[in-house]
Design a protein around this ligand. Structure first.
Ligand code: BGC
Length: 776
């Protein structure tokens, strides 16, 4: 905690190398741009024998696959696992003074310091090393991953001999022999940790205009990634390159002069596309050209561009808070990592751990649409669209999956995946989470309502909505004994401590919205002249009678409720179970999933995460305050928050029902989750969904931002602990800044057309600046 308080609220510091914190800090110091990500491991990784490290470098969407081996199999089980690969690390480098290699265990290291500067998006390191024969050198290193040229990881290494003049050797290594850090941990019973010890891929060398590249080829998925590196030094010395099929090593020998700083820039490029065949010539050529362009531009220029891009990111997306510096830092940390995690090419998405670790094997979940998409929709609509376009890109696979499952209409999106195929091996808490379909539809709706993107509305967005709606119509049914309500049976809701139930409240509520919105858009399409329709959607014809079926099912959607208790039931039989014996469950038995067989958990009323409460939060305006309050208290008492996706939701609901203290406490846990390692596994990667939850807590929770029938509204409720909160959002082509304080709320139109919205239910119009005092 002390460490966290150091530096400005833009910085995360490390002043000592503490073995217990090595991998935790590697996660915190990870850098990325949505295409590649690299953990914050020390540069001299290959010389380090002292600690268990995880140098992980990842390319979004670059994965290996292997058949899932089931002891006992059944029809329709997911067939293949997909695991994000660790790709050759481009930050391995070190130096020697007159032949003695720098190592943490020889000689003496002093003044070690690393600072992640989030404003700049740069990780900086400095230390002084005294070799065993007394030669002292100052070392300063910085690295960043470019947003402007997404293939590039750039490192600048500065060596300043303090008390000697002699030979300096500098070495970098792009190593194709990647192995995961520890085999011990992969054997523990934690479903969140990657299982396989090592992902085998082959590498071979290829050349383009004398430049050597390593081509990485996965064995089974047959994806091919190209890696290349360039080195430049201030003394203009040419490096010597040693190449094998597994490594490219660059060595530079320089005359080090006392007091004179030698600067070395290392630029590593990772191809932006992964060809599936032998034709990687184009990839090599393109990467070669990119590296040349960047080399010509030089490290400093590339950095300058990067700083500008980071400035613009913060200009759009920062949240400022007065009255709590630690929280300000925590907030920025979360936004910083969210930004680094999102694929932006329409073919990749956001892994549950971003590109910061192997946890959850690099899979994409509902986390994206329900927790992270709001941040992008309101601050970077273009990225939000790319994320949804990824879903569109896997629509055909989702169509095939629905057929495989025996549903003849529509699509079924995979619960967890990279390439679009279902790869969840444990179906009760995986495939059975059919709500993913409605979650994606919800994401589409949110994006459309907040942006008014007509192209997407009448093309990809429409198709996703229609296809998910069609799936529900066949998958669900009217059941006579259930008062002819539309029921969805045999599913698992978000709460993974309850499985395979009939009428999960969350699922049904989300499906209702899915059907209603699909119907709304389908009607719009019917009223549009044919010639205006985009070619792609001409083939999707939804007739009036089909729309009626959707509307009817939505109207008659089963909504489990216990009249006697006046509580919303999580599913049909939830209240038939005994409440989990919380009193006699010791602290060390949490998370329950690591200590109890799933069947022993499923028998009880116990929640891993928000379920009913999340559904109500998302449909807040349609549910009475009394109902939300009753349900909140009931479900809070039986929720373990064993999933990191839970606290933010409870915090937002607490704020909504006026439980200010609780809202604040939940929020602090959410905001500092990874910095303080609250879930105990930050070493495996960040909790990206929770980071999105932090943004939602601020904007949805405390500023009360909501969208209802295309109408934007605000219900500010600032915790008394803060003096001021301000943030910016995009809405339908306009941008506005909102500043909340104890006395008033100020709305400023930064660009675009005048906006009409509600402030605590009162309609207001914003043309320039609008100040509304709290008592008004
Ligand atoms: C949660 C899921 C989530 C997954 C990935 C699990 O622990 O229960 O809701 O999608 O983690 O973050």
């Amino acid at each position: 905690m002390d460490q966290l308080l150091k530096g400005t609220e833009w910085e995360i510091w490390e002043e000592n190398i503490e073995p217990d914190l090595i991998r935790h800090n590697e996660t915190l110091f990870s850098l990325g741009n949505g295409h590649i990500g690299t953990r914050g491991s020390l540069e001299e990784g290959f010389l380090n024998k002292k600690f268990i490290i995880n140098e992980g470098t990842y390319a979004n969407g670059f994965f290996e696959t292997a058949p899932i081996i089931y002891g006992e199999t059944a029809y329709g089980y997911a067939k293949n696992a997909q695991t994000i690969c660790q790709i050759p690390n481009g930050k391995e480098m070190s130096f020697a003074i007159d032949g003695e290699w720098f190592q943490l265990e020889t000689g003496t290291v002093s003044k070690h310091k690393r600072i992640l500067n989030m404003k700049e998006g740069i990780l900086k390191r400095s230390f002084t090393w005294e070799s065993s024969d007394g030669k002292v050198i100052d070392v300063a290193i910085e690295r960043f991953i470019s947003y402007d040229i997404p293939e590039i990881l750039a490192v600048s290494y500065q060596l300043t001999p303090v008390n000697f003049t002699g030979e300096l050797t500098f070495k970098t290594c792009v190593d194709g022999k990647v192995s995961l850090p520890s085999t011990v941990e992969t054997l523990i019973d934690d479903p969140r940790v990657i299982k396989r010890e090592k992902l085998d891929f082959r590498t071979h060398l290829a050349y383009e205009e004398n430049q050597a590249f390593l081509v990485v080829v996965t064995k089974e998925s047959n994806l091919r990634l190209v890696v290349g590196q360039k080195i430049n030094s201030s003394s203009n010395k040419k490096s010597h390159c040693i190449k094998t099929d597994e490594r490219i090593i660059n060595e530079l020998i320089i005359k080090g002069t006392e007091g004179k700083t030698e600067r070395i820039a290392v630029l590593t490029g990772y191809s932006s596309s992964y060809s599936e065949s032998e034709q990687d010539k184009t990839n090599i050529k393109q990467l070669g050209e990119t590296l040349q362009e960047v080399e010509k531009m030089g490290y400093e220029k590339l950095k300058e561009k990067h700083l500008k891009t980071m400035d613009s990111f913060w200009e759009q997306s920062d949240i400022q808070i007065k009255g709590d510096d630690l929280l300000q830092k925590g907030l920025r940390f979360n936004l910083f990592h969210l930004n680094q995690a999102a694929g932006r090419d329409g073919l990749t998405n956001i892994p549950a751990k971003g590109l910061t670790g192997d946890g959850y094997e690099g899979h994409y979940f509902w986390d994206t649409e329900m927790y992270m998409l709001p941040f992008f929709v309101y601050t970077q609509p273009k990225t939000a669209k790319s994320l949804l376009l990824y879903r569109y890109s896997i629509l055909e696979k989702a169509r095939n999956r629905a057929r495989e499952m025996g549903v003849e209409q529509g699509v079924l999106f995979p619960w967890r995946t990279i390439n679009g195929e279902e790869c969840s091996a444990y179906y009760p808490a995986g495939t059975a989470q059919f709500h993913i379909n409605a979650d994606i539809a919800y994401g589409v709706k949110l994006y459309l309502e907040a942006t008014n993107d007509k192209d997407f509305r009448y093309a990809e967005g429409f198709e996703i909505l229609v296809e998910t709606a069609r799936f529900w119509m066949e998958f669900g049914d009217y059941i006579p004994g259930k008062e002819n309500t539309f029921c969805i049976n045999g599913v698992t809701g978000p709460d993974e401590y309850t499985a395979l139930v009939n009428n999960n409240y969350y699922t049904n509520r989300m499906v209702k919205t899915n059907l209603e919105y699909a119907a709304k858009l389908a009607k719009e399409m019917l009223s549009r002249p044919k010639k205006e329709l985009i070619e792609k959607t001409k083939t999707i014809v939804v007739e009036k009678n089909e729309i009626q079926l959707w509307e009817n099912a939505a109207k008659k959607m089963n909504s489990p409720f216990d009249e006697e208790k006046q509580l919303t039931k999580q599913d049909d039989t939830f209240f038939d179970k005994t409440v989990w014996d919380f009193e006699n469950t010791p602290k060390e038995k949490y998370p329950l999933l690591q200590h109890y067989h799933p069947l022993m958990i499923y028998r009880y009323q116990v929640n891993k995460q928000a379920d009913v409460v999340l559904a109500q939060l998302l449909h807040s305006k349609q549910i009475s305050q009394e109902q939300k309050t009753r349900d909140y208290h009931y479900y809070e008492a039986i929720t373990t928050h064993d999933s990191s996706l839970s606290r933010s939701v409870f915090g937002m609901m607490a704020s909504e029902i006026g439980e200010k203290e609780k809202a604040y406490r939940y929020f602090m846990d959410t905001a500092l989750m990874d910095l303080t390692d609250q879930q105990g596994n930050t070493k495996d990667g960040i909790h990206a969904a929770n980071m999105g939850g932090t943004w939602m807590s601020m904007v949805y929770g405390f500023a009360g931002v909501a969208l209802q029938e295309d109408e934007l509204s605000f219900s500010p409720r600032l915790p008394k602990e803060w003096q001021e909160l301000s943030f910016k959002i995009h809405f339908r082509g306009s941008r506005l800044k909102v500043t909340l304080s104890g006395r008033q709320t100020v709305y400023e139109l930064l660009s675009g057309e005048k906006l009409i919205f509600r402030h605590h239910n009162k309609k207001v119009s914003l043309e320039e600046t609008l100040t509304i005092r709290n008592e008004d």
